[in-house]
Design a protein around this ligand. Structure first.
Ligand SMILES: [Cu+2]
Length: 177
């Protein structure tokens, strides 16, 4: 039940964003772009191959979970120029959106991921991400060449956590800023 409530809150907020400004913003030199992000079903890895599973993502992997049971997270990203009211999707060849973690002990780090262009739909797919439970804050960051701004999403809200559990992750994050 808690998961369902969280789900509707997420859906509701994305609909609210759709009618206003950018869901998320990035920039290249003086051009501002909007980014929308839709989380998809996760993936599992079997003999080096990733395949889709029913579990929705983003999924926080318990730190004692065996790798065979890990659910890797995956999302689709759409990008358009902020000034373009028609929201024509664009592909920025140098854009990379990637997972990142700020650790309480200061040893910040990334993790594996696959970021690729989906030519058919003019969008990007960010996948193969193992968000493992740690003493830190997972985010999605972005860069275009050498240009990197604030994290795109921080902290991430996980589909498999209760609202209270996600809230406590946010509280940790806020207290660190
Ligand atoms: Cu970590």
């Amino acid at each position: 039940m808690k998961l369902i409530i969280v789900f509707y809150i997420l859906i509701g907020s994305s609909l609210a964003n759709a009618s206003s400004a950018c869901p998320y913003e990035i920039y290249e030199n003086s051009t501002i772009y909007c980014v929308d992000l839709e989380w998809m079903n996760g993936e599992k890895k079997l003999r080096g191959q990733f395949y889709e599973v029913e579990q929705e993502s983003p999924y926080l992997i318990p730190n004692d979970e065996i790798p065979q049971k890990w659910v890797y997270s995956r999302a689709r990203l759409a990008v358009w120029k902020k000034e373009d009211s028609l929201r024509t999707l664009v592909i920025l060849p140098d854009l990379v959106v990637f997972p990142y973690m700020k650790m309480m002990n200061g040893h910040h780090h990334g993790t594996g991921y696959d970021f690729k262009i989906d030519q058919d739909s003019n969008t990007y797919i960010l996948g193969q991400i193992a968000f493992i439970e740690m003493h830190g804050i997972w985010s999605l960051n972005w860069k275009i060449g050498d240009q990197e701004g604030q994290p795109l999403i921080e902290p991430l809200q996980f589909f498999n956590l209760s609202q209270a559990e996600n809230q406590s992750l946010s509280d940790v994050c806020i207290s660190r800023h």
